[in-house]
Design a protein around this ligand. Sequence first.
Ligand SMILES: [Zn+2]
Length: 157
Amino acid sequence: MTASNIPALTLHRPWPYCITGLYELVAKRVENRSWATRHRGDLLLHAGRRWNTRDLQAACRFVHVSGGRPGLIPAAEQAHPTGVVATVRVVDVCAGSAHTDTVVCGCGPWAMPGQYHWRIDQVRVLPSPVECRGAQGLWRPSPEVLAQVSAQTGVPA
Ligand SMILES: [Zn+2]
């Protein structure tokens, strides 16, 4: 894969923090989406501007189900940076529960029923998030954004 075709995915806050900010045993390693992707490999994780306390409450419940304290996710919006906050690797996309109303696959406590489960690993958090606009679906970051990400994480190599 060349640097120029690494895609990005925008998540509403606080969901990015569930991937980047929690210790490994409780961290979110499944991205729930209503659509599948053929993409495998590096992906930029972009935190959108939208902030939603209902999502915060939902995320805290997932942390609890994962065995962590709900308070592990900061309640203050300012504690959740926007922009490209991390790179991850898409390992697989599970369709096992995409058409069911309960989770019937082995994707763990963050998996939602009726969703495709993008299984991720190799989370590299950026010390300085790279501000840029997000978009829907998989989108192509500019060369400038990719360069700033690469300088911090080594991704793309
Ligand atoms: Zn699954």
